[in-house]
Design a protein around this ligand. Sequence first.
Ligand SMILES: N[C@@H](Cc1c[nH]c[nH+]1)C(=O)O
Length: 374
Amino acid sequence: MQDTDRDLLPEGLGDRLPAQARAAQHVRRVGHDVLASHGYARVEPPLLEFEKSLASRMAGVQARRMFRFVDPASLRLLALRSDITAQVARMAATSLATAPRPLRLSYSGPVSTIKGDGLDPARERLQLGAELVGTDTVAAAAEIVELAIETLASAGATGISVDFTLPDLVDTLSAGPLPLDAAQIEKVREMLDAKDAGGLVDVGGEGYLPLLYAVGPFESAIAQLESFQAGGALDSRIEGLRAIAARVGGKARLTLDPSERHGFEYQSWFGFTIYAEGISGSLGRGGTYQILGQAGEEPEAATGFSLYPDPLIGALAATSDEPQKLFLPLGYDVQVAAQQRAVGWITLAALSDSDDPRGLGCSHVLEGREAVAL
Ligand SMILES: N[C@@H](Cc1c[nH]c[nH+]1)C(=O)O
């Protein structure tokens, strides 16, 4: 019987062929250069670990999105990581618990989920980011937003925009000036997500209506949010957003959508989503959060961002040319070839006289000591 499925990959998984792999490598390299230059030390957590440790560091992490299976060795439940931030949080709370704060860490690597996100069917993505552990102040948030912009720009993104949000907004308002009962909270959130004014009134959330208008370019949206009398409950958040915006304003276009929560599983008072021109969908997000310790221990504040640059990698791969290559004919001088590599050439050495330099994508051929254009 023929095994027709043998060479198919499961839905949402794919290979990176050379052009894509080169673009991905470029994005990771320049991204890590930026992060390292700002003092973020790179860490490399494993691909999989105990489900419990991935799912319990931050309130709100959804274990059901992860590939999970029983470890034949320990007979315990393992999960493939879906978000490296949770692993970095674990390191910060354990092996790096006594490292000086604020602790700056960076990371990159593949993450996977059992289902794609919205219209994007991908079940494996590259994640690249940084976490600033020990603080969730305005200064920390501004550093993280600036760093996200710089990292994305260095990777080749242009026309960057950042959409701010207040992930715990409904919790804050419903615990204070605009009380809701437990069942209503989820409904109000859904209506805010759907930007459905009529629906919001129907579920008893009329007090939340002004939030639907505090959306759009940052200055006008924050003015709307300010004019929304929430008994002072939002004052410190508005002040914080203004301070962050003042710091990053010149570097990206800023918008505000205070009740946006798509993708924000555990962020607390501040969150943001980052976009670039010509790339559909977002390229990453970040914000403030709390890392949970052992029972009885105080949680630790942190701020960070994660980029998911696959769409940018796709665009770069489609537009970037293959690097030029220098063909080394049979019997070439090994020393000369090494010198050519030292000055930046990629060399491709003939293995037999039937090797065809043009067919193999070479632009030049070594003649004596010279690289001669083909
Ligand atoms: N890891 C989060 C983003 C983030 C990093 N740090 C804080 N938030 C995400 O992918 O949604």
